[in-house]
Ligand binder design. Sequence first.
Ligand code: NDP
Length: 328
Amino acid sequence: MHKRLIIIGSGPAGLTAALYAARANLAPVVFEGIQPGGQLTITTEVENYPGFPGGIMGPELMDVFRKQAHRFGAASLYKNVTKVEFRSRPFRIWTDEEEYTSDAVIVATGASAKLLGLPSEKRFMGYGVSACATCDGFFFKGLNVVVIGGGDTAIEEATFLTKFAVKVTVVHRRDLLRASKIMQEKALRNPRITFVWDSVVEEIMGTEEGGKKAVTAVRLKNVKTGVVSEIPADGVFMGIGHMPNTALFAGQLDMDSVGYLVPRGRGTVTNIPGVFAAGDVADSVYRQAVSAAGTGCMAAIDAEKWLAEHASGVAPHYESSEAAGRSS
Ligand code: NDP
């Protein structure tokens, strides 16, 4: 099956790209992947997405994104891409069952917060366990939270959380932080932050009484002494890093040492003409839904221009700048 534009990924970046590309008459197809709607579907209330003064639940926000894109002719395929071939044209994209070809591709596969792998962490995700202080910190006003990790993410999250929580405990598996010196110093000076060194989280404890889930404590183990302890906590923030979802593109798209895609210049153009990158998959710094949506819009505009200029046989009927949504 041949498409003009395939979008891989269905978070804010992928679905915004779909909206803009649909309005440019490109009839984009979105491969929604294993987590349709992306990372926001594992959060609860989103209070920092502009346009929703009363907040909106993450999954609902992504439904709204999807509906808006579908309204203009984008289609979703609830399939996972398992292989791509971008070194020949048309581009080839495989799912478990089928092969698709496409003139242009927007990669918006996002990033996934690294998790510890504990069943309890999964059980309380969105109910006390979070991987995004910017998104969820506000819910912990006046409460105790634990941040796990010793890198810049953990230390930045811990510092941010002191705006809300009365006590932030950073649990790190070594006795030396990996975070940049300046961030370390700031955190070490912060009276609301306490450090527990050489310790790993063995279990996240909580209650599910009356169907209401909440975190109550974490059980720690000191890796040097073997001593097991428990500290009360209302929230647990994972700060052990993110992994961009780019394994699929290894050897084809340029990546940095961690695996984030590296677009050329300020736009979304990758090293392969006709393949564009948007959202967290190419952003290790901001990682916000609104910034992902912004780059999704950019990728659709870049793709539309590229198709008009380079794929003459299959170029879309080019209407006007309004078709790309620029005047809306
Ligand atoms: P990092 O990989 O730098 O740090 C991850 C931290 O989590 C490390 O301290 C690591 O421990 C710990 N960790 C990893 N896995 C586990 C585990 N299974 N159990 C317990 N602890 C674990 O990731 P970051 O997300 O912090 O940073 C990624 C990149 O993004 C870095 O380059 C960073 O500088 C950058 N960044 C920059 C920011 C800024 O400048 N404002 C903000 C956030 C990130 P250990 O140290 O023992 O390996």
